[in-house]
Design a protein around this ligand. Structure first.
Ligand code: CAA
Length: 693
């Protein structure tokens, strides 16, 4: 605690993010109590040292017995203080950090601060008054939006809704002390957030508003428990006296934090951060500076990738073979920005600013100033090689050369150049401006600082980058392939597309494998299989008939014009029935449990092979890939986490059983799965051992 005249300044200092661990809570309680009792102190400022004000509870303490004082106790003590208390925030005051500020009478913020309640992303709700106090301060609708999205809001929005009282330019603590002195001099009435009622009163007579919100959330939450609990807690803020509401919030919080969903979501939080760590990088390695990018190709992928750079404020040159293709690409980008503006997600001036960072060109020469070049042309080796041959001649000496490929061998592409060290793969997911996952494919010769640069750029453009090794389909698509094979095999053995899709959706995926094929285009896999000389019985027959999925109005399902809702098609059922007959496969009733296990366990088996081969550094990287790239339900923690959870011996035995039932050798348990299951081991411990090595 420091003193500036009659103002006491309490500084929380717990790097890196001032998480509210036990010592921080105890220190706050002690210092607030001291300052409250000290007659020479007339006001108290609370601030955080380092890069941010408190970014919330210490997540590593969850699931363990809480050492007193609890955060609610600290908050209750602050609320009782009868001298002005001012939270001076910067960086990311989040979760419990924001809740502490709600116990203060005033809040001031540095420009650039982002304030939020991200608990929902960890499978919990705010547990120290957030759901009760925020609605009283900023209103019910704004609170629901913040609590349900978990996304922070910028300081200027916080000022507009009354979450902060002033934005302080310049030195934050000096400004906060000056603010405190003004409050003392003006004898401003002290605002106790818990006593406010004006913004929640109108909702008391409108319980239907909550029911509407709950129904909407239930539809979107795909099995998540926390969003519904959050609505329930905010409803309590409106319908109950504040202390009862706080009790209700606590009950809901305690139940969630001890549950399996939050455990899985916390695992993913740390898995995402672990993925940023590459085991064999030289110490002190610095990424190269990237101030300009070039993207070759303005198609769906190239356009989305270019937008990702522009969105992060990095100027990007988009290169196409001719003006017409370039115009088509730019029109789509413009349209995408307009949709965001219309939806209210982006201000027009921000959209214009981003669009202005995109420059078009029809000559490869235009890539010569770029620090990173991402090739996003057609997925064909020969075309990619031509592009890299040309890039090798004109790109600047230390430019990072990346190929956006979903399957192709990055080493072969690198070998066409005289600088294979500068080459790697960047596998973006469609739509590339939206999807968070970025697989970074490390080639045999990729230089460590080139890899570090790609990781840093990935994070800068808002992605979750995960390093993977070279193999057909890398991690995500390689694991998708056995799932898709089994989905098709289930059709031949007796299921229908709607049975398989319904089981996948019930498990928690946003859509089933056949609805996904229809969305992505059945022709994509068909072309790849043609090139490989393999064939899928049903999918390829549909593609032969020109049934490519949504884009042709017919695929595994029928789509009415302008609609994305799948309708069952008796013709497809006939095709499936005929195929079973032709192949001599007896049709039988297949239950949901078998469908789910036949879809999921072969993926896990492939994941085990990927780990064994060192294509992924750790099991948690595979989980991050599936959660961020393929809609794996986050509350189930990813396929490898799920496998550890249900038990590796069970997964092994079921795979062996299904291999027998369906006469399908590809289902045989992999050596690593077999070994770990026999040792009573887990993928988590295998991955940890590998990354420590
Ligand atoms: N608890 C424990 N560790 C945390 C943490 C937390 N709340 N927040 C971040 N960390 C750790 C990270 O794991 C990371 O550790 P390593 O360097 O060892 O990997 C380190 O702090 C830095 O974090 P980032 O790499 O994420 O740094 P960043 O600058 O990119 O992001 C951040 C900073 C925005 C604060 C981000 O870390 C974040 O979103 N943290 C979580 C915030 C959160 O969810 N808070 C709510 C907690 S729940 C709660 O508060 C409940 C309640 O009601 C009491």
């Amino acid at each position: 605690m420091q003193h500036d005249g009659a103002v006491a300044v309490i500084v929380v200092d717990n790097p890196p993010v001032n998480a509210l661990k036990h010592e921080v809570r105890a220190g706050m309680l002690e210092n607030f109590t001291k300052a409250a009792e000290d007659k020479s102190v007339e006001a108290i400022v609370l601030t955080g040292a380092g890069r941010t004000f408190m970014a919330g509870a210490d997540i590593t303490e969850f699931g363990k017995p809480m050492k007193p004082p609890g955060l609610s106790e600290v908050i209750a003590a602050i609320e009782k203080i009868q001298k002005p208390t001012i939270a001076a925030v910067h960086g990311t005051p989040l979760g419990g950090g924001l809740e502490v500020t709600l116990a203060c009478h005033f809040r001031v913020a540095a420009p650039g601060t982002r304030l939020g309640l991200p608990e929902i992303k960890l499978g919990i709700i705010p547990g120290a008054g957030g759901t009760q106090l925020l609605p009283r301060l900023v209103g019910v609708e704004k609170s629901l939006a913040m609590i349900l999205s978990g996304d922070p809001i910028p300081a200027k929005d916080a000022l507009a809704v009354g979450l902060v009282d002033e934005i302080i330019e310049g030195d934050l603590v000096k400004g906060a002390v000056a603010f405190a002195k003004k409050v003392i001099a003006e004898k401003r009435p002290l605002k106790h957030v818990r006593d406010l009622d004006e913004k929640i009163a109108p909702f008391r007579s409108h319980p239907d508003k909550f029911n509407e919100a709950a129904a909407n959330v239930a539809k979107k939450s795909r099995g998540l428990e926390a969003p519904l609990a959050a609505i329930e807690a905010v409803r309590a803020a409106v319908t109950m006296p504040v202390d009862d509401g706080l009790k209700r919030e606590r009950e809901l919080f305690v139940k969630l934090v001890g549950g399996e969903q939050s455990k899985a979501q916390r695992y993913i939080f740390f898995a995402e951060r672990e993925a940023a760590k590459i085991p064999d990088m030289p110490a002190g390695l610095r990424p190269r500076e990237v101030t300009r990018a070039a993207v070759i190709g303005a198609g769906t992928m190239g356009g989305g990738i270019s937008m990702s750079f522009a969105n992060a404020g990095i100027p990007v040159t988009v290169i196409e073979t001719n003006e017409e293709a370039l115009k088509r690409g730019f029109d789509t980008i413009q349209k995408n920005y307009q949709i965001s503006v219309q939806r209210g997600a982006l201000k027009q001036e921000e959209a214009d600013k981003r669009f202005s960072l995109l420059k078009g060109a029809t000559s490869m020469e235009a890539a010569k100033d770029a620090d990173i070049v991402i090739e996003a042309v057609f997925e064909e080796m020969e075309i990619k090689k031509q592009v890299f041959g040309a890039l090798d001649k004109l790109a600047k000496p230390r430019a990072v050369l990346a190929t956006n490929t979903s399957y192709l061998n990055v080493d072969q592409i690198a070998q066409i150049t005289k600088r294979p060290k500068e080459v790697l793969g960047t596998h973006f997911f469609s739509p590339a401006n939206v999807m968070k996952l970025l697989e970074i494919v490390r080639g045999k010769e990729t230089a460590p600082d080139v890899l570090a640069t790609a990781m840093a750029v990935g994070r800068k453009i808002g992605k979750v980058p995960v390093v993977v090794g070279v193999c057909h389909g890398f991690v995500g698509n390689r694991m998708l392939s056995p799932r898709q094979n089994q989905a098709e095999r289930l059709l031949l053995e007796g299921a229908l597309p709607r049975d398989v899709d319904a089981a996948a959706v019930e498990f928690g995926f946003p859509m089933g494998p056949f609805a996904m094929s229809d969305l992505a285009g059945i022709d994509v896999g068909w072309r790849i299989r043609k090139a490989l000389g393999t064939r899928n019985e049903i999918a390829d027959q549909l593609a032969d008939m020109g049934r490519y999925g949504q884009k042709t109005g017919r695929g595994f399902y029928i789509y009415e014009k302008g609609s994305r809702s799948p309708i069952n098609d008796p013709e497809v059922e006939e095709i499936i029935g005929a195929a079973s007959k032709r192949l001599g496969i007896p049709r039988r009733q297949i239950d949901k449990k078998e469908i789910v296990e036949r879809l999921i366990f072969p993926m896990i088996n492939e994941g085990a092979k990927i780990l064994d081969e060192g294509i992924a550094y750790r099991a948690s990287d595979i989980d991050v890939i599936w959660v961020y790239g393929y809609g794996w339900p986050i509350w189930r923690g990813g396929p490898m986490y799920y496998a550890d959870h249900v038990g590796l011996a069970y997964v092994r035995d079921q795979l062996a059983h299904y291999a027998k039932v369906s006469g399908n050798k590809s289902l045989d348990p992999s050596p690593l799965l077999t070994r770990l299951a026999a040792e009573n081991g887990s993928f988590a411990s295998f991955g940890a051992k590998k990354s420590a090595a």
